[in-house]
Design a protein around this ligand. Structure first.
Ligand code: KMH
Ligand code: ZN
Length: 278
């Protein structure tokens, strides 16, 4: 484990689960998303993990909207634009595959099915394979989302069967503390990290109240960070998040304290194998 590199901060500002009516600070329109993205880049984010909403603030994978979102984020920021292929638990496999046609820099790619609260986030092996194959065909850099230790085994199988990802580098995100997935604590994080493929880099995010334990554990174990209102809508007990930027600011401050300050979007491009824009 290396502990001397700069920290890649990903912001996941919206997600598919929270309702705008319950969480008014959630960015759901394109304007709100671009404004949040600019603030988060200024605060230290290098990657944005994007879920979008329709005119009624419901999750959507509408391709035209996704394409407009990619263009607007590129025009307004330098962030690496990573579209979610996870969508919402109700989205079809076909619509999740079609996300890649919006031509993002990067995408999430979840390496297995997981119980997701009262629901199931479904990612059977044939779908994982098809999605991975399509990232390679279209030149999209995947980030492997790992909600459970079994997902790490599936990542090994995927790489063994289909080879290295576009960009040549394996980067993972441990999503911890989902009810049904691996718990968000230091012991589990260390176990998961020790099972990752040789040479892989990784970030971690803790859902809800596991946000801070996972952030501290990730920094101390040499990992990178994902934060945002997709993963937590409480800044502290009884204190709602007022905006994504304050979550990025807190992550950047902790990374700086760990003497691993946030990396720029261009440094992140070089790390992840995302094609530079200029
Ligand atoms: N919304 C979750 C069901 C991803 O973005 O790739 C899936 C998710 C993972 O958020
Ligand atoms: Zn997501």
């Amino acid at each position: 484990m290396t502990n001397h590199t700069a920290t890649l901060i990903t912001v996941a500002p919206t997600g598919a689960e929270s309702e705008k009516s319950a969480v008014p600070a959630l960015p759901v329109t394109l304007d709100e998303l671009v404004t949040t993205a600019k603030e988060c880049q200024a605060a230290g984010a290098a990657v944005i993990h994007v879920h979008i909403r329709d005119d009624r603030a419901r999750p959507t994978l509408d391709l035209a909207r996704l394409t407009d979102t990619v263009v607007a984020l590129r025009e307004g920021t330098d962030l690496i634009v990573q579209l979610s292929t996870g969508g919402a638990v109700t989205d079809s496999f076909a619509s999740r595959l079609a996300v890649l046609d919006a031509a993002p820099d990067a995408c999430s790619l979840t390496c297995g099915t997981v119980n997701f609260g009262d629901e199931v986030f479904s990612n059977p092996w044939p779908f994982i394979r098809d999605l991975y194959q399509r990232t390679k065909e279209l030149g999209v850099v995947p980030e492997f989302e790992l909600f459970d230790l079994g997902h790490v085994a599936t990542l090994h199988r995927l790489l063994a069967d289909l080879g290295a990802p576009h960009g040549g580098h394996v980067h993972c995100d441990l999503v911890m503390g989902v009810p049904g997935g691996m718990p968000g604590d230091a012991a589990t994080l260390v176990q998961a990290v020790s099972a990752l493929p040789e040479g892989a880099t990784w970030s971690a995010t803790g859902i809800g109240r596991s946000t801070l334990p996972v952030m501290f554990a990730a920094l101390s174990a040499g990992g990178h960070l994902r934060v945002g209102m997709e993963d937590t809508v409480s800044f502290a007990r009884g204190r709602p998040v007022t905006g994504n930027a304050e979550l990025v600011e807190r992550a950047a401050a902790l990374a700086a304290l760990a003497q691993r300050p946030p990396m720029s979007p261009d440094q992140a491009r070089a790390l992840l194998g995302v094609t530079p824009r200029h």
